[in-house]
Every structure is written in C-alpha cells, then in structure tokens.
Design a protein around this ligand. Structure first.
Ligand code: SAM
Length: 175
C-alpha cells in the first residue's frame, strides 16, 4: 500500500467531517499523512501512540510533507482516558486489533467526539488473528460491535487487497 491507497481508504470518511481530528495508534504516521492531505492547511490532528520512536518518525514526516497542518503528538496508551479537545473525527488504522476487549476503548473514543463526530476504522477484513495482528475484526463484525458501542450508521467504505491477511477495509461510523 502507498500514500494513494491510504488516502483512498480515508477519503469518504473524512470528507465534510470538520477539521479537528485524532489518529489513535498512529505509529509512524502512514494514515496521519493521508489525513493531513485530506484536511489541508486548516486541519489539526492529535496523534496518540505508546511508541515514542514511531511518534518521532511520524512528526518528522508530517512536518516535512504538510508543515501547515496543526500536529499535536502524544505518547500515551489509548486504552486509558486521554486529554483531547472535542473532536470532529477519529481515525483508528490497524490499531484496534491490539485490543482484546474493545467496548471499553470504543466508549472512550465515542466520548472524545462532538455530537456529529465520526470514527473512521481501518482494519484487516478477518476475524482470525495471529501473533502480529492478535484480535482483528472483519467489516461484518465491526458493524455489529460499532452498534453495540453506541455508534450509528456504520458504513463500509473501501477495501484494498493486502498480501497480509487478504484485504484491508475502511468504515465510517457516526457518534
Ligand atoms: C500496526 S501499527 C499501525 C500504525 C498506523 N496506524 C498504520 O496503520 O500505519 C499499530 C500501532 O498502534 C500502536 N498501539 C497499539 N496499541 C496501543 C495502545 N494501547 N496505545 C497506544 N498505541 C497503541 C502501536 O504502538 C503501533 O504503532
């Protein structure tokens, strides 16, 4: 996957969804770069990852490629309550599959969103984990879980083939 794929996965979920976003489990920033590209210079992005090295790589990449997008990096565990401003949107890309019991985190995530806010999820389309992707959830499982967590109107957006675990999908849900 390249930057164009990352943008394609997020585009319809981000479009028209305000300018204050967060990327939880942002890693080295592949999807933060896509988010910055889509939001443009009025965008502001809080990123959260527990891996300080990855956050450093991400900050350098963002400042080089999209210097006018506001970036607030935080090294933290997103399964714990975070201090974030009210958000228009949240991206979780390939990070929710590290959480076994997802409802608690999803409750926190929902709480960070403004009433019209949205969550864009990117995940492998499988329910069968492995040591690197321990607790994945297919788009079908996500539709059920998102409703259970209180999200509305969950909609699958795009799917791209992946050499690893078949394919990756994106989905958007409203708070
Ligand atoms: C597979 S990487 C995905 C990175 C990026 N979102 C992407 O798709 O390229 C997963 C990231 O989630 C982070 N992560 C996993 N669990 C986390 C947690 N509980 N709190 C914060 N970060 C977490 C890891 O440190 C890692 O950087």
């Amino acid at each position: 996957m390249d930057h164009a794929d990352h943008v394609r996965l997020l585009r319809d979920g981000v479009h028209g969804g305000g300018t204050a976003w967060a990327d939880l489990g942002s890693g080295e920033g592949a999807f933060t770069l896509a988010l910055a590209d889509l939001l443009g210079p009025t965008g502001s992005i809080h990123t959260v990852d527990r891996d300080g090295r990855a956050v450093g790589v991400q900050v350098r990449a963002l400042r080089e490629a999209f210097p006018s997008v506001g970036l607030t990096p935080v090294v933290a565990d997103f399964t714990m309550p975070l201090e974030l401003p009210p958000l228009d949107g949240i991206v979780m890309a390939n990070s929710l599959h590290f959480v076994r019991d997802k409802l608690g985190v999803l409750g926190l995530v929902r709480g960070y969103l403004r009433p019209a806010g949205r969550l864009v999820l990117v995940e492998y389309d499988t329910d069968h984990g492995n040591p690197w992707v321990p607790f994945p959830l297919s788009s079908r499982s996500w539709a059920t879980l998102a409703t259970e967590a209180g999200f509305r109107e969950t909609r699958r957006l795009v799917s791209v083939p992946s050499r690893f675990l078949g394919s990756i999908y994106s989905a958007v849900s409203l708070r």
